[in-house]
Design a protein around this ligand. Structure first.
Ligand SMILES: Nc1ncnc2c1ncn2[C@@H]1O[C@H](COP(=O)(O)OP(=O)(O)O)[C@@H](O)[C@H]1O
Ligand SMILES: [Mg+2]
Length: 331
């Protein structure tokens, strides 16, 4: 008798399912979608966590993610949704991770249903400012249209104000401000550039400043951080830096960080070094008849020898005709 009741119970629930229309499969697929979506968000955040340094950026992105999620849940409960302006200012030297973070931010905002596409359109002054009356408005509007659904990232944005009152850069700023209104629900604009230049730019454009509530600073990477970035870039390419190579790189970076120029490129510089070391390693190995997996992976000190100042290094003298400190020119 008991068994029969249980069976009937199951039967009834089946009948109920049928009678409640298609709600259950839909609910199931919604749950599945939510789960997939949550996993995507987690994986983007894990990617962010794997980036070296950038603690303030990581904190802010987590804060934004939590804010957006909680507003969504509040809305479900019929509470008012507090909106926030997501246009941002990224201040920092080249190579400090601004574009990389912006790209990641686009993907995250898409998964959080803030942006429909999440792509990044990266532009600079020349892409927005024209040469004659009317040209600028057209150019700037075209870029805005391309970016709708994603992020319009304007590098060295301070240069839009460089020509004074009559410069067409001002016109571009006006078009951007209008675009921020027109595409309010599906576009994020990020203005990026050197800290001092951006601070001055915002100070002289108070109307703009109030529209960009989120400001993030990207400090130069320290030597240990640059070394960690070098190891991870090598690792991404399935190469390994030997201990001696790391020491050589460390010495070079200490010199660069203390005596180098602020335009030296930070993580861009590391990427250039790793790419060149890979080519140097290839040159070292090319005439060997048999090579182990290990040999194919290791970057040795001699693959980085071109980083040493010439006067310190005789071997270097044979290899190069100009100072290796100008590594960008020698590529
Ligand atoms: N924190 C980081 N960890 C690992 N790689 C990084 C980090 N920051 C930058 N990079 C790498 O350095 C290079 C330059 O970064 P990018 O975002 O283009 O800098 P920016 O836009 O500030 O000039 C890219 O290849 C990027 O992947
Ligand atoms: Mg960049």
């Amino acid at each position: 008798m008991k068994i029969l009741q249980v069976k009937l119970g199951i039967g009834n629930s089946k009948i109920n399912t049928k009678f409640s229309g298609r709600s259950l499969p839909n609910e199931k697929s919604k749950k599945e979608n939510d789960l997939i979506n949550k996993k995507r968000v987690e994986s983007i955040l894990a990617e962010l966590d794997n980036m070296v340094g950038l603690e303030m950026v990581k904190d802010l992105i987590k804060e934004l993610r939590a804010f957006i999620e909680i507003q969504r849940r509040r809305q479900q409960e019929g509470l008012i949704k507090v909106s926030t302006v997501l246009h941002m200012i990224f201040k920092g030297n080249p190579g400090t991770g601004k574009s990389t973070v912006a790209r990641l931010m686009g993907r995250l905002l898409k998964e959080l249903n803030i942006l429909s596409q999440g792509h990044l359109i990266e532009v600079e002054r020349a892409d927005l400012v024209g040469e004659y009356i009317g040209h600028t408005a057209h150019k700037a509007r075209e870029q805005l249209k391309k970016a709708v659904g994603g992020i319009l990232f304007i590098d060295e944005a301070y240069s839009l104000a460089r020509g004074g009152e009559k410069d067409f850069g001002r016109e571009a700023i006006d078009v951007l401000v209008k675009g921020m209104e027109d595409y309010r629900d599906n576009l994020v604009i990020i203005l990026a550039g050197y800290k001092d230049e951006m601070d001055y730019f915002l100070q002289t454009n108070p109307g703009l400043r109030s529209r960009f509530s989120v400001q993030l600073e990207f400090p130069d990477y320290t030597v240990p951080e640059l070394l960690a970035i070098a190891k991870s870039m090598a690792d991404d390419r399935q190469y390994v830096l030997s201990q001696n190579a790391i020491e050589m790189l460390r010495n070079f970076l200490i010199r660069e960080v203390f005596f180098g120029h602020r335009h030296n490129g930070n993580a861009h510089m590391i990427r250039n070094i790793i790419e060149k070391a890979i080519r140097r390693q290839a040159l070292r190995l090319i005439n060997k008849s048999s090579l182990t997996r290990q040999e194919l992976m290791i970057i040795e000190k001699q693959d980085l020898v071109w980083l040493m100042p010439m006067k310190d290094n005789e071997e270097q003298n044979k290899l190069f005709t100009r100072s290796p400190i100008c590594y960008n020119n020698s590529r």
